[in-house]
Design a protein around this ligand. Structure first.
Ligand code: NAD
Length: 254
């Protein structure tokens, strides 16, 4: 029970296949109270039904495309729950055509959209969340190896993940004064709704399972356990890092 007594906010729940859901289950199993945010593009009733599986959990709508919406949700959470102890940022988006055409054809709009929703949103979340994060809190985001290496069809999302990882280092420096940590988990490929938007995603999963030292793909719950560790006091000395939870895939050469 490494998260006993902690209130954890999980941003980006879409459905039961979301990494956010695996992370929520892992955090709950470790004793945390869970608060969710979801995009207003998702069905509220379906999500209410899902979160009923986690006792005492609540959820609030929050789209991250405008600072005012992020500011508003943190004011509401403060009013209804007081301070919190951790945040998982599990949000990304790119235009569908940018995940199948050559990267060179990414439009100015597509480039800024992917970076805005997938990377900048974390900066704004940290800015507004800072007021309600207890000392010793931990923020975690999710990234992918497409930030480090060229992967077929990952394209502009790889650039956005690189921006996210670099933002984490700068944010770690800013937040450290308030005893707040921030890290990313670089997860192996998991079949979620977002992942299905990447052309040939299944062959990526097959290739990873063949090459990874552990010869399998990761589950959302396994990634959630790494997030739980980073949210806990067990990782009190780790900040500004990207930790791979990918069954070792990223260490392999050709
Ligand atoms: P998902 O589709 O379940 O989650 C993505 C979430 O982003 C959804 O809840 C969606 O509503 C939210 N979102 C998109 N645009 C938004 C906006 N404007 N405002 C608020 N929320 C918005 O898919 P997932 O795979 O669980 O993705 C979660 C995170 O994990 C993403 O950052 C993704 O890049 C990352 N990740 C996924 C994989 C994978 O293989 N699935 C691997 C590594 C990292």
């Amino acid at each position: 029970m490494i998260l006993k007594g902690k209130k954890i906010l999980i941003m980006g729940l879409r459905n039961k296949w979301s990494i956010a859901w695996g992370a929520a289950q892992a955090a709950y199993d470790q004793g945390a109270q869970i608060i969710f945010t979801y995009s207003s593009m998702e069905g509220k009733e379906k999500l209410e039904h899902l979160i009923a599986e986690i006792p005492n959990s609540t959820m609030y709508p929050c789209d991250v495309d405008e600072d005012s919406k992020i500011e508003k949700v943190f004011k509401t959470i403060k009013k209804e729950h007081g301070n919190i102890d951790g945040i998982l940022h599990s949000i990304a988006h790119a235009n569908a055509e940018d995940l199948k055409n050559d990267f060179i054809n990414t439009t100015r709009e597509g480039f800024s959209h992917a970076n805005d929703i997938s990377a900048y949103s974390l900066v704004a979340v940290c800015r507004y969340a800072k007021e309600i994060l207890n000392p010793g809190s931990s923020v975690v985001s999710l990234t992918y190896i497409g930030s480090e290496k060229v992967l077929a069809n990952y394209n502009v999302m790889g650039v956005a993940k690189a921006a996210l990882e670099c933002s984490i280092r700068y944010l770690a420096d800013n937040l450290g004064k308030d005893d707040i940590r921030i890290n990313a988990v670089s997860a192996g490929p998991i079949k979620t709704l977002s992942a299905k938007g990447i052309k040939d995603f299944s062959s990526m999963q097959t290739a990873v399972a063949e090459k990874a030292p552990l010869k399998r793909n990761v589950t959302a719950y396994e990634v959630g356990n790494v997030v739980a560790f980073l949210m806990s006091n067990m990782s009190a000395s780790i900040t500004g890092e990207v930790i791979h939870a990918d069954n070792g895939f990223s260490i392999m050469g050709i």
